[in-house]
Design a protein around this ligand. Sequence first.
Ligand SMILES: O=C(O)CCC(=O)C(=O)O
Ligand SMILES: [Fe+2]
Length: 288
Amino acid sequence: MTREYRIDDLVDFATYPLDQPNSIAYKNVVDDARSQLQQDGCAVIRNLLRPTALKVIGQEIVERKSKTHYSTSNMNPYFHSEKNPQYPDHHPVNTFIERSSGFIPGDSWDSSLAIDVLFRSDLLTNFIRDALETEAVHCYADPLAGLTANILDPGQQFAWHFDTNEFAVTAMIDEADDGGLFQYVPMIRNPDDEAFENIQRVLDGNLENVKTLELRAGDLQIFRGRHSLHRVTRVPKNSRPRHAAIFAYTAEPGVIGRVERTKQLFGRVLPAHEQAERLRVRTDQLID
Ligand SMILES: O=C(O)CCC(=O)C(=O)O
Ligand SMILES: [Fe+2]
């Protein structure tokens, strides 16, 4: 069965007129997202998704749940699991915390699906561009990591980490009953400062500067995760699973992820990853 979804079936344009970018209402929505992002690198657009979208996308995820690549590892905030003797033991590089979640990879979806329509919608990417006050927003061209669903089943958690991409967009589809909370420390590092001491304090359990987000089904989150340490807390054993659609975008078109991290997150790479690795040029000097 071919299903066709239009963006106006999925997004609440009455509240969020992404289809009328010249309207005052649109400007207000953008201004609100901008001020949230300026304040702490994170904006939440409440109930952006219509109930139909939640139902349909929820179903699309459940139907593909068997494709989830679960990987349990103890990892540092830079997604490495190996001890590095160049750093002390009590250091973020050598502090390893359990990550036990999974991803449904990008090649599980096809263009007839609502989740794909939403991810690729120009109206959505234009809004994200305006909210981030950036020149351009392109769908992350990585065939596995571009469009994913992050799956946390009961008992699982996603350890403290930094993203490799500048920002991520998350549509919450199914929340956990309890736990499974998104927590972050806004702008803890920057390209000139790794801020290892402050990071270590958080890894050691000091939650003083940690913010907890109340993300509900239907909410959209825009998050700058390259400089803000973040995690998803453990989903309790007796909870429903937590399913979130993760939309990855880049400032430049045609960006592909690293081979090592791709293997770690998805258990495999595609020829596109190997080719990109050969051509890679780093844009900053952060360790990863
Ligand atoms: O599921 C989420 O809310 C975010 C997960 C995350 O941080 C990531 O996929 O990098
Ligand atoms: Fe992340």
